[in-house]
Design a protein around this ligand. Structure first.
Ligand SMILES: [Zn+2]
Length: 258
């Protein structure tokens, strides 16, 4: 058994979805819906790459995944207006399930990750990710650098939800938006709330929790808005973001965003 087998075995079935989210984000998928949001409806996550939207099914079972475990895949894809399916499995898939998937792949994008694929990715993951699963009983943990009493939420500018709550971090972003009058706006919030606006640049909240990423984001914002017209709320929003995100910044020795 390799160290990676051991690592995978130590992840609980509950954590497996969060681990899948971390791995897929690392590979370059945009997480549209994380494990924590809403009813399952036959999917654990919804992710996007380029123009394709995938439902993700995560299974951390002791036996191989077959057609009796994974069924109605096409219905589930359609139900979520997706055009692809990702199976993220800690074991392997059976021959009959593979044949089933090959049939579906004529019409839909199908990707599966098995134990071997995942074991190959683990050495590349940042320690920020691997530390979450090696030691702690539950995934999705973020640091809090202040006392609970002093904590101040960073509310989505549209719906007011606190985007620094651990379950919303993955689903939130900050963005530089230029409106039709060429005025720049500094915005932050749930992806769902602000994603549809045209952006000149953006950063995921999860990225911005790493100091080197926050620095390069701020440099980019400075660069892009130099000599340009900005909205009345621009600097207020920016300083609000910078001061509040500091409450959850990872300490520098906890690994870097890759
Ligand atoms: Zn929102």
């Amino acid at each position: 058994m390799s160290v990676y087998d051991e690592f995978i075995n130590n992840i609980s079935p509950q954590e497996w979805e969060y681990f899948a989210e971390d791995v897929l984000a690392y590979i370059g998928f945009i997480i549209l819906e994380g494990p924590a949001s809403g009813q399952d409806g036959g999917k654990d996550l919804i992710v996007q790459k380029d123009n394709d939207i995938f439902i993700v099914s995560c299974k951390h079972y002791s036996k191989d995944i077959g057609t009796s475990i994974e069924n109605n895949i096409v219905d589930r894809i359609m139900e979520h207006n997706a055009n692809g399916f990702i199976g993220f499995y800690s074991t392997y898939i059976t021959e009959s399930f593979k044949n089933r998937l090959q049939g579906i792949s004529q019409q839909y994008k199908i990707i599966t990750y098995n134990r071997m694929n995942i074991a190959q990715i683990i050495p590349d993951l940042s320690s920020t990710i691997t530390q979450k699963y090696g030691r702690k009983p539950s995934g999705n943990s973020y640091v809090l650098n202040t006392d609970e009493d002093d904590y101040r939420p960073l509310n989505c500018l549209k719906c007011g939800k606190d985007i620094l709550m651990p379950i919303f971090i993955r689903e939130s972003m900050a963005m530089l938006h230029k409106d039709e009058n060429d005025i720049y706006h500094y915005l932050y919030g749930c992806k769902e709330c602000i994603n549809s606006l045209s952006e000149e640049g953006w950063v995921e909240i999860y990225q911005a929790l790493h100091s080197e990423q926050l620095i390069s984001w701020n440099n980019m914002v400075d660069e892009d808005t130099k000599g340009k017209k900005v909205s009345n709320s621009f600097y207020r929003n920016k300083s609000e973001f910078d001061s509040k995100i500091a409450q959850r910044m990872f300490p520098r020795n906890m690994g870097t965003w890759i």
